[in-house]
Design a protein around this ligand. Sequence first.
Ligand SMILES: Nc1ncnc2c1ncn2[C@@H]1O[C@H](COP(=O)(O)OP(=O)(O)OP(=O)(O)O)[C@@H](O)[C@H]1O
Ligand SMILES: [Mg+2]
Length: 594
Amino acid sequence: MNHSDELVGKAYDAKLMKRFFSYLKPYRLYVVIIIFLIITTTGISLLGLNLVAKALEYITDGKLAENEKVSFLIKFTAIYFLMQALKGILGYWQLYITNYVGQKVINDIRNQLYSHLQGLSMSFYDRNPVGRLVTRMTSDVENLAELFASGLIAFFVDIFLMLSICVMMFITDWRLALISLAILPALFAVTMIFRSKARQTYRDSRKQIAALNSYLQENVVGMAIVQIFRREKRNYDDFERLNHEMMVTNIKSLFYFALFFPSINLFFTISTALLIWQGAGSIMAGALTFPVFYLFWSYLQKFFQPIRDLGEKYNILQSAMASSERLFKLMDTPSDISGSAQGRIVDILRGDIKFRNVNFSYEKDNYVLKDVSFHVSPGESVAIVGLTGSGKTTITNLLLRFYDIQEGEILIDDIPIKDIDISSLRSKVGLILQDVHLFTGTVSENIKLGNSAITDETMESVIEYVNASEFISRLPGGFKSEVKERGATFSVGEKQLLSFARALAIDPKLLILDEATSSIDTETEQLIQQAMEKLIKGRTSIIIAHRLSTIKKADRIIVIHKGRMVEEGTHQELLAQNGIYTKLYELQYKMQNK
Ligand SMILES: Nc1ncnc2c1ncn2[C@@H]1O[C@H](COP(=O)(O)OP(=O)(O)OP(=O)(O)O)[C@@H](O)[C@H]1O
Ligand SMILES: [Mg+2]
């Protein structure tokens, strides 16, 4: 089901790289400094090797007296030490600046991603599980940071170093260079084979991780159900199978890695043997000095070091490519809600709502609302009733423009809803949902929700107004009490009252209330009913009602059945019709009528 997690492209994709590099633009200066540092430290390394060879030559050519040799060696050692110290300092800065830029870039990407997520429509969230999005924001972004900090730069350093060594070898002695590097084609072939094998196992392991993740997510979240239905044994077996498959794949990839390193060593040994064989011959023939031979030998060692690290870097590169592909895909997901930005900014002044022949489906042809038309006049309160799944919440989703309709028209103050700026629309609507979502923070933060226009006085007066002051004053910290674990410490009724206060604090023109279905004790119920009455006074309100007492207070009732509007009128009128409402009343509401 997690297609995008299995989507693993190439290990190196120029297009992705180009896009990734575009994030470096603001840090151009740093990149220039990093490149300068890389070139300098590589230069110092190679220069060091050359100096040692030169010193050996100078000492062994017999022109120096013994005491001169000692003072030369002291001087040489001092210079060599200073050079290495300088290299160390430059290396420190290279590492620091690289990681600094890496963190900056990652920070930018994460911010951009989060702001993009906030603009995506609800239908996007219907399709994408939370776990996946969290993975994008955390581990995928971190993979990119890793690529930048240890993979990418090191990769260029290595290429640069290897090329420089090749050039130096050919300049020093091209014949010896040719012989020492004779195994390069074979080395290249082995690396290619390793690459393709590593890619395959990497793909398999990504797939298995995705499967394991979604399995874990589902079953850890549903642990209560697992335990109640005593599925522990069966789930354990499923888990064990997934876990085992992952282990087998990982062991397979271990095999390739284990094979790769010794074979690189073998090549190194062959190269060294060739060098010794050819070099010793040349030395004996007087065509080569020992210091030059030593120089070659150190070059060869330096040349093979990056190849040894290749396996690890290849891994980093591969996972970073996969991550960036997924990240950019997410970043490119358009919001399904069209024209949200271009919409006219209009303040809802009257709160007049018209639905005209609205047809809507969440998925393709599976229509949830069919030919729905109604009109709510300013200041009127309308209750929507219907069986579960009939489409009541859907109507409110459309009014808030969480989704766009396929056919028909929704007008607010006689302006098509698509022409209204989304943010201005939502700022005028007070929404109270079936499930109240509380954030971590204090009670007052949960009512204000960061809106600086709401003063403490306003907040206190709305709390008083919706009958919430009594229970809040009973809390140990009053308004400043911390909300724990999404409000687990509050009762359902208390959360309702808080959400009333939250909606009222913005003084909305339009009130949408999806009444909670859970039962509440009679005392709280009364508080809620009173609060609701105050809330709807002077506002256009649409109330999805589950309680008879709420329905009776509405000016008008709309009955929705299987996505169609079937009846409309007051409680008495509808009862007199003896239709679906009457049946609903008999089934659901009558028993509440104490
Ligand atoms: N995000 C969604 N994606 C796909 N289908 C959905 C989605 N939300 C709801 N539906 C479907 O649309 C239909 C109407 O759902 P809706 O939530 O509007 O019902 P409701 O009348 O509010 O029910 P309840 O009284 O239980 O809250 C249902 O068949 C439901 O399965
Ligand atoms: Mg609902």
